[in-house]
Design a protein around this ligand. Structure first.
Ligand code: ZN
Length: 324
């Protein structure tokens, strides 16, 4: 059962919104695009595990995607966490193309004809997550539950090499097709219930409560102001901007596409980059409309929550609602 199902985290949505809204000619464009693409490819890697996790016995595991839990030393992040009354499992997902080598010195790298790229060692990383989760759990005064961990490479074509004699690496590191047999081996190993169903539920609530999602602050990170952003409604067909509001619909002058809802992702972008609420004037500017009454009509058709009254009235831009 998914307690915290797979979802594109807000900070990645923000990174992608910023990339969409910055012109190719902007000085920071390359860095912004690269950061967004990296985050999104990491997420796609995590997404590719769902197919396999869906084969697990539904009632036996509580599954969390993306947890970021505060502890005394900051926050530790888990790509996936599986809880059962028998054991817990941390899954760290890596999305690296071509090849990955683990060597005797504990280095992890990708090799090509031109260069060697060194990465942080994901085994060290997952070991540290294990340690931090363990001490976080100790504070909850629960009975001890065995914690297992695996590092999963989400691309089937990544060639994994272990140049060490360390069997732990081959044991922990795998392709995604090996997840299910691996989890089966844990199921066979841990047959004794360590905590009650109630304790497990309590732990789940606590994890959800403590989850502290990452904040991207892309505008700040890249030294941007709202003047650096492309405004207007983006055509969902050809990405041309802006679309024009003509007789109750958005029209793309570049490809001819018409849409009644193309302002929704634009308002979501506003929420991600500029502010989580908007008033009539701001919406008129951002959507490049030339009438207050049309702006009001469009905003009201979305049934957004309203804050304040009269001329100070603002609409709450709920991303979940807008991108539903
Ligand atoms: Zn178009």
């Amino acid at each position: 059962m998914y307690v915290k199902p797979l979802a594109l985290p807000l900070h990645i949505q923000e990174a992608m919104a910023l990339d969409r809204r910055v012109a190719n000619t902007h000085l920071q464009k390359h860095a912004i695009s690269k950061a967004a693409a990296n985050l999104f490819s990491g997420y796609k890697g995590e997404e590719s595990l769902i197919y396999h996790l869906n084969f697990l016995p539904e009632d036996d595991f509580l599954i969390f995607h993306y947890l970021r839990i505060p502890d005394g030393k900051g926050r530790f992040q888990l790509d996936f966490l599986l809880l059962s009354i028998y054991f817990f499992l941390i899954i760290e997902v890596k999305n690296i193309y071509d090849n990955v080598t683990f060597d005797e010195m504990g280095q992890v790298y990708r090799e090509s004809a031109e260069k060697v790229e060194v990465f942080g060692n994901p085994v060290d990383q997952v070991n540290l997550q294990h340690r931090r989760l363990l001490s976080w759990l100790r504070e909850m005064n629960l009975p001890a539950v065995p914690i297992e961990k695996i590092v999963v490479f989400s691309r089937d074509s990544t060639y994994l090499r272990n140049l060490t004699n360390n069997k732990i690496i081959s044991d922990i590191v795998m392709h995604r097709h090996k997840i299910l047999p691996k989890i089966d081996s844990f199921i066979n190993r841990y047959r004794l219930a360590r905590i009650s169903e109630d304790q497990l539920m309590e732990l789940s609530y606590r994890l959800l409560e403590e989850h502290n999602p990452e904040v991207y602050s892309g505008m700040e990170k890249f030294g941007m102001t709202t003047h650096d952003l492309i405004i207007g409604v983006i055509c969902p067909g050809c990405r041309n901007v802006p679309m024009h509001w003509k007789s109750g619909k958005w029209l793309c002058l570049s490809c001819g596409l018409k849409s009644k809802t193309a302002h929704r992702p634009a308002l979501a972008d506003h929420s991600l980059l500029i502010g989580k609420s908007i008033n009539n004037r701001e919406a008129r500017e951002f959507l490049k409309l030339n009438s207050n009454s049309i702006t009001r009509k469009i905003l009201q058709s979305e049934e957004l929550d309203k804050i304040g009254v009269g001329s100070g009235m603002r609409y709450r831009l709920d991303i979940g609602k807008l991108l539903d």
